[in-house]
Design a protein around this ligand. Structure first.
Ligand code: SF4
Ligand code: SF4
Length: 277
């Protein structure tokens, strides 16, 4: 029947209207009391329509939300490398960035003058950044990630919107807080919570530690082999005079001695033949 769809639409609108007030009554003043209530009211169970009173209220962003990139550094209470940059200044992020808003200066060793795998300076112009997330996608060291912080307005765009290394750097634990699932998946892919270089180094050390006992074992085997050979020589040296004397009464031993004597005789004959030639 004509007009049925319009009536159904009006019914849905009216239901949202009344549910909005029912939801308000259900939560009362609690709706402003905690972030938990607020997140629940925005979830799939929420009924009705309500206005977000920004900036007093803020919408909870999903884990995959992305805004401006930030650089991961080791936790400041890390036992070995507190605050160490994960970035190796390889420059891949700067190369893939479509609007070219990343600048990196690589650190150099003051003694040798050779480049070091660390950034001396790292800048991102957040006015040019288009939040595409390519830098984070392509970084081979998981060193750059997309932040959830979107409140960056200021009155001065010349200096405030060029983020330097200090402003961009955030601890690994911050990334684990805002994106626990992704951080966990990355950890599994790397093989640990450490930087991939540290993990590689640890694996190498473990391999070397296994190699040492093997080398020791080989040396011990070689030593044992030499000792056995020396023992055999000594035994032969002892057995020879015995055979020469022919004192053995054991028939088997006598047979062996006889064979040895025959071999010796054959060898002596061969040598004599060679000399005469
Ligand atoms: S790709 Fe990653 S490691 Fe390479 S310069 Fe960018 S942030 Fe640093
Ligand atoms: S998010 Fe995109 S535009 Fe922004 S710095 Fe990364 S690659 Fe460049």
């Amino acid at each position: 029947m004509y007009g049925q769809g319009i009536l159904r639409g009006l019914r849905i609108t009216l239901m949202h209207f009344f549910r909005t007030y029912l939801d308000d009554l259900r939560y009362g003043l609690r709706k402003f009391s905690s972030n938990e209530n607020f997140a629940q009211r925005q979830g799939p169970q929420a009924r009705g329509v309500f206005t977000v009173q920004y900036p007093d209220e803020k919408l909870a962003v999903p884990e995959r939300f992305r805004f401006i990139p930030f650089l991961i550094v080791e936790d400041y209470d890390h036992p070995e490398r507190p605050g160490h940059d994960w970035c190796t200044s390889c420059g891949i992020c700067a190369k893939v960035c479509p609007p070219q808003c990343i600048w990196i200066v690589r650190e150099t060793d003051p003694q040798t003058g050779r480049p070091k795998p660390e950034p001396e300076a790292f800048f991102i112009d957040i006015d040019i950044c288009m939040n595409c997330g390519y830098c984070a996608e392509f970084c081979p060291f998981d060193a750059i990630k997309m932040d959830h912080d979107y409140e960056m307005a200021s009155y001065d765009r010349t200096s405030h919107h060029i983020f330097d290394k200090e402003k961009l750097s955030k601890e690994l634990r911050y990334w684990r807080t805002i994106a626990p699932t992704t951080a966990y998946e990355e950890m599994l892919a790397r093989g640990g919570w450490e930087h991939s270089d540290v993990i590689k180094e640890r694996k190498k050390e473990a391999r070397n530690a296994q190699k040492v006992p093997r080398a020791e074992r080989l040396a011990a085997q070689e030593e044992a082999g030499t000792a056995a050979a020396n023992g055999a020589d000594e035994a032969a040296a002892v057995a020879e005079p015995v055979a020469a004397e022919g004192t053995s009464e054991d028939p088997e031993q006598a047979r062996r001695e006889q064979k040895r004597a025959e071999m010796k005789a054959r060898l002596a004959a061969r040598r004599a033949a060679k000399k005469s030639n």
